[in-house]
Design a protein around this ligand. Structure first.
Ligand SMILES: Cc1ncc(COP(=O)(O)O)c(C=O)c1O
Length: 362
C-alpha cells in the first residue's frame, strides 16, 4: 500500500526527501548484507565505521573544509552545545562576544552566564522583537570567539552575510540553515547544528570544529563534555546515535549526488523563498514578520489579519494536506519551514492554498 505523504512544513523534526526515507526503509532489515538492521549492528563494526567516515567525508566536501577541521557527531542536541562551548573555550582569562538575535542565542548566552563565564552581549535585536539582524556591530578585538545564530527558526530571520569579526573566529549555531548555502568556512572556529531540521532526524548534532580550538580545552572539563574526547575517537568514544548518523549520511549523499552541492541547494532555496515572500509582498492579507533584509529563506514567518483567521488557516491547510504551519507557541502567527527537503512544488501548493484562503476569507 502506498504511504500517505503530506506537504510537511514542520520546523524540526522536519521533512526529509522521500528518496532518503525510502533508502532507509529499503535497508532497514538488512543493513549492507549484515543480516541486521542499522539499529542492531555494533557501532564498532566495519559497516558503521564506513557510515561515520562517509558522513565526515561528505561534510568536508560539501562545505569545502580543509583538514584543519574535525567533523563530529554529538548527542544532546544544539542545546547541549550552548553549555559545552563556554565550558570548553572560556577558561579563566578568556572572554567571548555574543550577538542576541532571539530565543536560541538568548539561551546560548544564558548557558555561558550560568557558568559565570566572561561574555559580552555586543548586539541585540530585542528592541524590535528580534525581527531583524543587527548591523554595524563593534566586536572586542581580544574576544576568544564571537557567537552567532545564523538563522532564527522562530522569528524567521537569517544573517544574509556574516559580520566582519576582524579575524576573531565565529562559533555559529546553524541548526536551521546548515547545508542550505555555501559558506566561507575559514571564518569559523566552530559550526554546530542539531540535525533534525536540514540534515536528518533528531538525535545527532553535527559539530565542525577547527583543530587548534581543541588545544584551548581545560583538562578539568568532564570527559563526555570535552570536544577533544569526540575528536580523538571519531565520535565513537561511547555509543553514538547510530541511526541518526546513518540518516544524516544518506541526507548528505542526497545533497551531493542528487542536488549537486550547496551552490545548487542555495539556488533552489532562493527560488522557493522568493515564491513565498514574493506572493506575500503582493498581498494585503498576509504579512511577513521579519524585516525584508533579514528574512530567512528557511523559516518564513507571517501573520494573517486576525488570530482567529490564523487558527482557521492552519486547520484548513492541514485538511488540505499542508502540515506544520502554526507559528512557534512563543510568538503565535504562522510559519512555513521550507528546509532543503521541501520541494518547489510543495511551496507552490502552499501559495495556491494561501491564494484560495485569502479569496474565501479576505
Ligand atoms: C537555531 C536553533 N538552535 C538550537 C535549537 C535547539 O536544538 P535542540 O532541540 O537540538 O537542542 C533549535 C531548535 O529548534 C534551533 O532552531
Amino acid at each position: 500500500m502506498k504511504a500517505k505523504r503530506i506537504y510537511n512544513f514542520n520546523p524540526g523534526p522536519a521533512a526529509l526527501p522521500l528518496t532518503v526515507l525510502e533508502e532507509v526503509q529499503e535497508n532497514f532489515l538488512d543493513f549492507r548484507g549484515s543480516g541486521m538492521s542499522i539499529t542492531e549492528i555494533s557501532h564498532r563494526s566495519r559497516q558503521f565505521d564506513d557510515v561515520v567516515n562517509d558522513a565526515v567525508a561528505r561534510t568536508k566536501r560539501l562545505l569545502g573544509l580543509s583538514d584543519n577541521f574535525e567533523v563530529l557527531f554529538i548527542q544532546g542536541g544544539a542545546s547541549l552545545q550552548f553549555c559545552m562551548i563556554p565550558m570548553n573555550f572560556l577558561a579563566p582569562g578568556k572572554s567571548a562576544d555574543y550577538v542576541d538575535t532571539g530565543t536560541w542565542s538568548t539561551k546560548a548566552i544564558k548557558e555561558a552566564q550560568l557558568q559565570d563565564k566572561s561574555i559580552a552581549v555586543v548586539a541585540s535585536s530585542e528592541d524590535k522583537n528580534y525581527s531583524y539582524i543587527p548591523k554595524n556591530i563593534s566586536f572586542n578585538d581580544d574576544a576568544a570567539f564571537v557567537h552567532l545564530t545564523s538563522n532564527n527558526t522562530i522569528k524567521g530571520t537569517q544573517w544574509a552575510e556574516f559580520p566582519d569579526t576582524k579575524g576573531v573566529p565565529i562559533i555559529c549555531d546553524m541548526s536551521s540553515d546548515i547545508m542550505s548555502r555555501p559558506l566561507e568556512v575559514n571564518r569559523f572556529g566552530m559550526i554546530y547544528a542539531g540535525a533534525q531540521k536540514n540534515i536528518g532526524p533528531a538525535g545527532a548534532c553535527l559539530v565542525i570544529i577547527r583543530k587548534d580550538l581543541l588545544d584551548w580545552i581545560p583538562d578539568t572539563v568532564p570527559t563526555m563534555l570535552k570536544y577533544s574526547t569526540f575528536a580523538a575517537k571519531n565520535s565513537m568514544y561511547n555509543t553514538p546515535p547510530c541511526f541518526a548518523v546513518y540518516t544524516v549520511q544518506l541526507m548528505l549523499k542526497w545533497l551531493e549526488e542528487t542536488i549537486g552541492g550547496l551552490q545548487e541547494m542555495a539556488a533552489i532555496n532562493q527560488e522557493k523563498a522568493q515564491l513565498l515572500y514574493g506572493y506575500m509582498d503582493g498581498s494585503d492579507y498576509y504579512r511577513a514578520t521579519a524585516e525584508a533584509d533579514s528574512r530567512s529563506p528557511m523559516n518564513v514567518t507571517f501573520r494573517l489579519p486576525s488570530e482567529d483567521l490564523e487558527k482557521q488557516f492552519v486547520e484548513q491547510a492541514l485538511a488540505s494536506d499542508l502540515g506544520g504551519l502554526k507559528g512557534h507557541r512563543s510568538v503565535g502567527g504562522c510559519r512555513a519551514s521550507i528546509y532543503n527537503a521541501i520541494t518547489l512544488e510543495a511551496v507552490q501548493a502552499l501559495v495556491d492554498f494561501m491564494k484560495a484562503f485569502e479569496k474565501e476569507n479576505g
